[in-house]
Unconditional design. Structure first.
Length: 214
């Protein structure tokens, strides 16, 4: 069995196999992840992302993103000003929305916004919408976020959550070939406990975490 790409646990078990891929689950942090042999190469992965058409004037998409933006903005303290949209994709609509709300935003995406200089400073909040499920090595992103987030800062993640094996077998979300890491409530509770973060679940797919003050 492959070690967990999130917590490096070596107690993983077979979770599901379909016609294209095999999935494992970590028994320590509950992450479900794709067999590494089924991962796409960089060119094929980017070709899928290039098909996305997320534009600022798409009001339906803005409403979708507001499910994270609105509760995050309600929780940000008055002194918060700087945010980072991590995994912003080809159309950083969320960053534009937050800029319109008065915040200074930086964007990072390994394909579309690859300037790593934005990863050399800290932020009052970090957003990651519909991106964490694409991470081959989510442990690296988690370590980066811990460094990038100021004490007292907020992390907002949007991703669909695993519930159980039976539902997973029928789940359309797993069929996207670029989706390789699948989180559950148990996974986020594990991460929050490991890093002493405050944790809130908002609806079915929005996760908010606050880093403790020093």
């Amino acid at each position: 069995m492959q070690p967990c790409p999130l917590c490096a646990g070596d107690n993983t078990r077979h979770y599901h196999t379909d016609t294209r891929r095999t999935y494992y689950q970590c028994q320590r942090c509950s992450l479900v992840f794709v067999d590494e042999v089924a991962r796409l190469g960089p060119d094929d992965e980017k070709a899928v992302y290039d098909q996305h058409r997320n534009v600022p004037d798409d009001m339906g998409y803005r409403r979708f993103l507001s499910r994270l933006a609105d509760p995050l903005l309600e929780r940000l303290p008055q002194h918060a000003s700087d945010g980072l949209d991590f995994g912003s994709g080809p159309g950083p609509v969320l960053a534009m929305m937050l800029m319109q709300a008065g915040y200074t935003m930086a964007c990072y995406d390994p394909y579309y916004q690859p300037d790593r200089r934005v990863l050399e400073r800290q932020y009052d909040f970090i957003t990651c919408t519909e991106a964490i499920e694409h991470f081959y090595q989510p442990s690296l992103a988690w370590q980066q976020w811990d460094t990038l987030l100021k004490p007292g800062g907020w992390l907002g993640v949007m991703t669909k959550l695993v519930t159980d094996q039976a539902a997973f077998s029928r789940w359309h979300y797993k069929n996207d070939p670029t989706h390789v890491s699948f989180f559950s409530r148990d996974t986020f509770e594990f991460l929050a406990a490991q890093s002493s973060l405050e944790l809130e679940f908002v609806g079915n797919d929005v996760i908010l975490m606050r880093k403790p003050l020093l």
